[in-house]
Ligand binder design. Structure first.
Ligand SMILES: [Zn+2]
Length: 121
């Protein structure tokens, strides 16, 4: 099971609120071998655009990317088919937050779009 730092969850929810009604898109970085997400990487993409606008090779990264996180400006935190296609290309853990962007608004998925459990630390 992946562990996600509390401050990553907090930052993700805060960014999702601030970006509403647009989608927030971020990346999760950390130690994949230990299954530990330690950092939220804010992506230089235009908010409200899709993942296809992310240029990963342009990012100066200190830690490897483990997966993605993004918000839905709706009350559904289920991945769309386009989300799942992105998941398959970008790491192994993916978080989606929906309104009202509280800690219970987040669900985690693997790269096939199947829900997984995470623990916050
Ligand atoms: Zn989505």
């Amino acid at each position: 099971m992946f562990s996600v730092k509390n401050e990553v969850i907090e930052a993700f929810l805060e960014a999702s609120k601030n970006t509403f009604p647009h989608e927030f898109i971020g990346l999760l970085a950390g130690n994949e071998k230990n299954m530990a997400v330690e950092e939220l990487v804010v992506v230089p993409a235009v908010f409200g655009e899709t993942f296809s606008q992310i240029y990963l090779h342009m990012l100066p990264l200190s830690e490897p990317i483990i997966g993605t996180c993004h918000s839905h400006p709706s009350f559904s935190n289920r991945p769309s088919s386009q989300d799942v296609r992105t998941f398959q290309k970008t790491g192994t853990l993916h978080l989606i937050a929906c309104r009202p962007f509280s800690t219970t608004s987040i669900r985690a998925f693997d790269q096939t779009g199947r829900e997984v459990k995470i623990k916050t630390v």
